[in-house]
Design a protein around this ligand. Structure first.
Ligand code: FEO
Length: 387
């Protein structure tokens, strides 16, 4: 059974689900799996857009052969050199030795760094704005550096308005029977995976994403064909609005994220009371996570989503709870900005967590508001300190 589906009259999706991979990029849990998307344009010439991870090479090559249906491959467009999309380039060169590989200067630099031996006569180097005609279809290239690597370019099919969008507008999650986002309840079942994918992987590069969104705004785009996740052919404004918010570090929703650590349940109890008080005051959009059983990538995603964050930490070795360090450092490296933070600290004999949290949020992160009214607990919540 080949994973080949028609996207448009002449474009085929060749995707492979990877359900066995536990950690994407070796650190992001993907319990819902992931798919590597590749697309084949069958025109007077045949053109493949990107390949797949080495883990699925056999299935990928078999699907490509099936989609080609007896034809050879004339061109391979390499939009992104991250190995989950480029590892099969050397196999393509072996199976289709006459293929011409299209990329830019940085593409071929990275390709050779990754050990792909390719002759100069097999490559076609393009620059921003270049286009080529393959029959009915003319493809134009726009560079999208740092969305998510420096060599990234996207390919616009001028003939039918399809944008092969590389890492943009993709998500974690494997394919079932559905190919298009309008075949699923995206807002209910997929957006969390799209958000966690974007914020953790590309979140740092907000200004670069803004610049490709500006370029995209000038094109009559009808479809997004990303390298992971479902294909967009309707309601493009929905995902463009999300990308606009994520890349300008604007929260999607007014609401409160509570991230807490609790060694023996006392800080947790305080958080429960705190959450109840918020609800009594009419705040209903609250998401609460125990950092000890939540992977940081989910917390990052939720911090991009919500406007307010409350961190509750015991004092541990005169510092914050160890697992909170990773969360805070990731917020810093992802350049997250413009949130309002509240602090709950606990400490039995030398409470320090509050001061350390305050200093980190103030000095290491950008444009954060930190509420002056800190909640301080000494060992456990009781009727004297509950107020
Ligand atoms: Fe799935 Fe940046 O690549």
């Amino acid at each position: 059974m080949h994973n080949v589906r028609k996207v448009t009259e002449d474009i085929y999706w060749i995707g492979v689900n990877d359900e066995g991979l536990e950690l994407f990029e070796e650190f992001l849990p993907i319990p819902e799996g992931v798919a590597y998307n590749s697309y084949l344009l069958k025109d007077e010439k045949t053109v493949l857009f990107d390949t797949a991870d080495i883990r699925v090479v056999d299935e990928f090559l078999a699907s490509l052969k099936y989609a080609l249906d007896g034809r050879t491959l004339d061109y391979l467009v390499v939009q992104h050199m991250e190995p989950d999309h480029s590892c099969c380039i050397k196999h393509i060169l072996e199976v289709y030795p006459d293929v011409t590989v299209i990329g830019n200067e940085k593409t071929f630099l990275l390709m050779r760094q990754f050990g792909v031996e390719i002759e100069n006569e097999s490559i076609k180097e393009v620059v921003e704005g270049d286009s080529m005609t393959f029959g009915k279809h003319t493809i134009a290239w726009a560079f999208a550096p740092m969305v998510h690597w420096p060599e990234v370019m996207v390919s616009f099919d001028v003939t039918n308005g399809v944008l092969f969008s590389a890492d943009a507008f993709g998500s974690f999650g494997k394919f079932g029977k559905e190919l298009f986002t309008d075949e699923v309840d995206y807002d209910k079942d997929w957006i969390e995976q799209a958000r966690r994918y974007f914020t953790n992987i590309v979140g740092k590069y907000g200004p670069h994403v803004q610049s490709i969104l500006t370029k995209a705004g000038t094109l009559p785009i009808k479809m997004f064909l990303p390298l992971h996740g479902l294909v967009w052919r309707e309601n493009l404004g929905y995902i463009l609005d999300k990308y606009n918010k994520w890349s300008t570090y604007e929260p999607e929703e007014n609401g409160v994220l509570i991230v807490y650590a609790s060694m023996y349940g006392n800080t947790e109890k305080a958080v429960e009371v705190f959450e109840n008080r918020l609800r009594e005051k009419g705040v209903t959009n609250i998401a609460t996570y125990n950092i000890s059983n939540t992977d940081t990538s989910y917390l990052i995603s939720e911090t991009f989503r919500l406007s307010h964050v409350v961190i509750a930490s015991p004092t541990y070795n005169l510092n914050i709870f160890p697992l909170l360090h990773q969360y805070l450092m990731r917020l810093k490296t992802l350049n997250l900005q413009n949130r309002t933070f509240g602090i709950i600290e606990n400490g039995s004999w030398a409470p320090k967590a509050g001061d350390i949290l305050h200093e980190f949020l103030d000095k290491e992160l950008k444009e954060m508001t930190i509420l002056d009214d800190r909640v301080e607990i000494v060992s456990a919540l009781n009727e004297n300190n509950e107020a």
